[in-house]
Design a protein. Structure first.
Length: 320
């Protein structure tokens, strides 16, 4: 975990007025799938890629000490109740391009929802990415964590990715530039994904669409989709399942405040709309501790825990 850093939350991130949205102290709960968390010091939703590049260049010259966090659909983050320091770049609904290239590849923007990407691929008669329909995030988020479902992962499909760095410079990279693992991606520092090209197989559009429907029915039957959650909280340990371990520890259905380890699926933490981020984080840490105590297994979160606890002025940031 990175050390806490103090910043001047009143400082502006840019000298210019962007074409997109820039606001101070914007609540982030509504921008995450858990529907909890405090405000961003600054929220920037660029109008397009050029606006993003210009904003990052301005930020690098004007306020380089201010942290930058990229946020898509907010499905893989727990933002603490004190909010996020610095500049939050919100890409959901932006950079959502989708195009078929030469009948075998898809060009996808980082802000495109994974479910939209899956459906588009099926309509184009390309198969292999149907599993993306079950990932509740954006393409950029999926690239950042090598998201997967039903045995599929996104990086085996990747031909190339487009990124932007902290100084607003654009790059095109290949999988060789990254170390890819199970729900893990390590690459050049201070770069964020803006899009990718996936190489898929030619198939039957109707069959692909049917497969997506089947996968979504299975997901609905097994997961508590009607309540706020982040999807799976923990990575599966090698040769085991996080849900089995949490349930075997007797934690299924455990509540803290308004948050609950789901009685339907023990690798989900849900709430009824009244929880605080602190309630969810307590359950996450408690499940880790109990599984470690009882089975000697250290559960690694898939979700990133970010920001300040309520009532603090310094931020802590990192993977839980």
């Amino acid at each position: 975990m990175m050390a806490a850093r103090a910043v001047d939350s009143m400082a502006t991130p840019f000298t210019r007025e962007p074409r997109g949205r820039l606001e101070a102290r914007v609540p982030l709960a509504g921008l995450t799938s858990w529907r909890v968390g405090g405000p961003a010091d600054w929220l920037f939703q660029p109008a397009d890629l050029d606006d993003l590049v210009e904003g990052l260049r301005d930020h690098a010259d004007h306020a380089p000490q201010m942290p930058v966090t990229f946020l898509g659909l907010g499905s893989n983050v727990l933002i603490r109740d004190g909010g996020l320091e610095g500049l939050v770049v919100h890409l959901s609904g932006v950079l959502n391009e989708r195009r078929s290239l030469d009948g075998e590849r898809l060009l996808l923007g980082a802000g495109l929802a994974c479910a939209q990407a899956a459906r588009f691929g099926a309509r184009e008669g390309l198969v292999g990415a149907e599993f993306l329909a079950g990932i509740p995030g954006t393409v950029g988020g999926a690239l950042a964590m090598n998201a997967g479902a039903w045995g599929g992962e996104i990086w085996p499909l990747v031909e190339s990715v487009a990124t932007v760095d902290a100084r607003g410079e654009l790059h095109t990279r290949t999988p060789a530039d990254y170390t890819i693992g199970y729900r893990s991606v390590r690459g050049p520092a201070d770069e964020w994904f803006t899009g990718c090209v996936l190489r898929l197989a030619v198939g039957d559009p109707e069959a692909g669409t049917r497969r997506i429907r089947e996968l979504l029915r299975e997901r609905s039957a097994k997961q508590p989709l009607g309540l706020p959650s982040c999807g799976s909280v923990f990575r599966n340990p090698e040769s085991d399942h996080a849900a089995r371990l949490v349930e075997a520890a007797g934690l299924k259905g455990l509540r803290h405040g308004a948050a609950e380890i789901s009685p339907k699926h023990a690798n989900f933490i849900t709430h009824d709309g009244a929880a605080r981020a602190a309630d969810i984080e307590w359950l996450l840490r408690h499940a880790q501790a109990e599984v470690q105590r009882r089975f000697g297994v250290q559960l690694e979160p898939e979700v990133r825990v970010l920001g300040r606890p309520a009532g603090t002025n310094e931020a802590s940031e990192g993977t839980a």
